[in-house]
Design a protein around this ligand. Structure first.
Ligand code: GLU
Length: 445
C-alpha cells in the first residue's frame, strides 16, 4: 500500500509552497487508495508552537486534504534515542566538539584552497582521552553520521536518475549538543518506521535525500521512492522565499481565494498539463501525474488565482451559497433573484456584501455635473420602490420621451444615479431588488 506524508514544521503558517508539497503527497495516496499521514516535525521545541499546529490543521481541513493519521516527532524522542544508540554501537555516529566558529574557519580555509567545504572528519581521529579532555574543557559533544563514501543513487520521481557523491557532502550532524534530534535523523527514522513508500518534497531537500537514504539503510530499512518538485518563484522568476510570508494559505483564504482555485492551480502549475478549474479533489487526482512536472523553477503568480476563483464562484448553484446569503441578511424569498443578479458581478463571495448593501441600503448617487439637470428631471419620472420587472424599461422609455436622450447617454447617468457605479448587473434585473433609491430620497428630502 502507498503511504505518503506531509511533514511541516509547526514554526509558521503554511504557505503556497507548502501547499504544493502537501497536495502532491495527498494526491499520490488518493490516486492509489493509500494513506496520507500528517507528520508534525516539531523537534525544535523553541520554535514549534501550538498555534501553528492548529493553523496547519485548519488550513488542510479547509482545503479538504484530510489525513488518515497524525504523528508528532515530539512523541517519538525515545525511539530516536534508541536508534541513535544503535547507530552509535554500529560505529555510524561519532562525537564532535568543534564550535561553529571553528567549523567556519575550516570552511573558509578549504574554500581559499579551492576545495569543497566538506567536514574533514577530524573528530573521527579523537580517542577516548582526547574526548575526555575536551569535555573537561567544558565542550559538549554532538553527533555526526559517518557517511559511506560512495555514490548515492536513486531514480527521482520528477528529476529522473540522480547521483550524489557522498564524499562531496559533510557528515550530517544528527544530534545536537543539547540532545535535540535534528530533522534529517528524525525524518529518516519516521520514514522507515511508518512504512512511507513515497516522499515528495521541494528540490531544496535533494542533498538531504542522499544522506537520508544512507541513514535509513544503516538502520536496516528500505528507503522510500523520492521525488523533488521544483521551487516556486515569483512571476518574473524572482526568489519567492522572502515573500512566502504574505502568501500564507490563511491570508489567501482571508482575501477570498477559493480553495478550488488554489488546488486546481497548484496541482497542475509547472506540469505539461494546462491549468483549468476542477470541481473537486477527485477530478484533480484524475490525470495528476508526477512525471509530468518539470525540474525548472515554477513561476507562481497569485493573480492567477483570481480568474479561477471567479469561475468557481460564478458557477456555484444557489444551494451552495444559501447559508452565506442568509448570513448576509438576504431574505429567502429574494435570494434566488439576488444570486442570479449578483453572481456575474463578483470575483469572490465576499463581493456579495457590497451588492447586498446596495440593494438593501441604496447607493450614494454618482452624478456628473453635466448630468445634474438630466438626472433631476429623470427622477421626477421614477416612483419609489418596490419595482417590478418592467420598472427599468418603463422608466427609461419615459425619460427618453421626455428628454430625447438615448443609448449610453441615457442609460449610464441613470445607472450611476441609482447604483453609484458605472458597471454592474443588468438594471432590469437589479431594480426589483432595490429596496431604497437614495437619489430619490435626496430629491424628496
Ligand atoms: N519538516 C521538513 C520541511 O518542512 C520536512 C521535509 C520532508 O518532507 O522531509 O522542510
Amino acid at each position: 500500500m502507498t503511504v505518503t506524508r506531509f511533514a511541516p514544521s509547526p514554526t509558521g503558517w503554511l504557505h503556497i509552497g507548502n501547499l504544493r508539497t502537501a497536495l502532491f503527497n495527498y494526491l499520490i495516496a488518493r490516486k492509489t487508495g493509500g494513506q496520507f499521514i500528517l507528520r508534525l516535525d516539531d523537534t525544535d521545541r523553541e520554535r514549534s508552537k501550538a498555534e501553528y499546529v492548529d493553523g496547519i490543521k485548519a488550513d488542510l481541513d479547509w482545503l479538504g486534504l484530510h489525513w488518515d493519521r497524525i504523528e508528532r516527532q515530539s512523541d517519538r524522542l525515545g525511539r530516536y534515542a534508541e536508534m541513535g544508540d544503535s547507530l552509535r554501537a554500529a560505529g555510524r555516529f561519532y562525537e564532535c566538539f568543534e564550535t561553529p566558529t571553528e567549523l567556519d574557519l575550516k570552511r573558509k580555509k578549504q574554500l581559499n584552497m579551492g576545495k569543497p567545504p566538506v567536514y574533514d572528519r577530524a573528530a573521527l581521529a579523537l580517542d577516548d582521552d582526547a574526548r575526555e579532555k575536551l569535555r573537561a574543557e567544558g565542550r559538549q559533544g554532538y553527533w555526526r553520521f559517518r557517511l559511506d563514501l560512495q555514490r548515492i543513487e536513486w531514480t527521482d520521481g520528477i528529476l529522473g536518475d540522480l547521483s550524489i557523491d557522498a564524499a562531496s557532502v559533510s557528515d550530517p550532524v544528527l544530534i545536537r549538543a543539547d540532545g535535540q534530534v535534528l530533522y534529517t535523523f528524525a525524518s529518516s527514522v519516521d520514514d522507515m518506521d511508518m512504512g512511507i513508500t513515497h516522499v515528495v518534497r521541494g528540490a531544496d531537500h535533494v542533498t538531504n535525500t542522499a544522506t537520508q537514504i544512507q541513514i535509513i539503510r544503516a538502520m536496516g530499512g528500505t528507503a522510500p521512492a523520492f521525488a523533488h518538485h521544483s521551487l516556486l518563484t515569483g512571476p518574473q522568476g524572482e526568489a519567492l522565499s522572502k515573500r512566502l510570508g504574505t502568501l500564507s494559505l490563511r491570508d489567501l483564504r482571508a482575501q477570498g481565494v477559493a480553495r478550488e482555485a488554489l488546488l486546481s492551480l497548484m496541482a497542475r502549475l509547472g506540469s505539461s498539463q494546462p491549468v483549468a478549474l476542477r470541481a473537486d479533489l477527485d477530478e484533480i487526482a484524475e490525470g495528476f501525474d508526477l512525471a509530468q512536472f518539470g525540474a525548472a523553477p515554477t513561476k507562481f503568480d497569485a493573480a492567477d488565482l483570481w480568474p479561477l476563483t471567479r469561475a468557481h464562484v460564478q458557477a456555484l448553484p444557489l444551494d451552495a451559497v444559501a447559508d452565506r446569503l442568509r448570513d448576509l441578511g438576504v431574505p429567502t424569498e429574494i435570494a434566488p433573484a439576488f444570486w442570479a443578479v449578483a453572481r456575474e458581478n463578483i470575483d469572490r463571495l465576499d463581493d456579495l456584501t457590497d451588492w447586498w448593501a446596495l440593494c438593501r441600503d441604496g447607493a450614494t448617487p454618482e452624478i456628473a455635473p453635466e448630468d445634474t439637470d438630466f438626472v433631476a428631471q429623470a427622477l421626477t419620472l421614477l416612483p419609489p420602490p418596490p419595482y417590478g420587472p418592467q420598472a427599468w424599461a418603463d422608466w427609461t422609455a419615459a425619460v427618453k420621451a421626455a428628454t430625447g436622450r438615448k443609448g449610453k447617454g441615457l442609460f449610464m447617468p441613470l445607472r450611476k444615479a441609482l447604483t453609484g457605479r458605472g458597471h454592474g448587473p443588468e438594471m432590469g434585473a437589479l431594480m426589483p431588488l432595490l429596496q431604497r433609491v437614495r437619489a430619490l430620497e435626496d430629491r424628496l428630502a
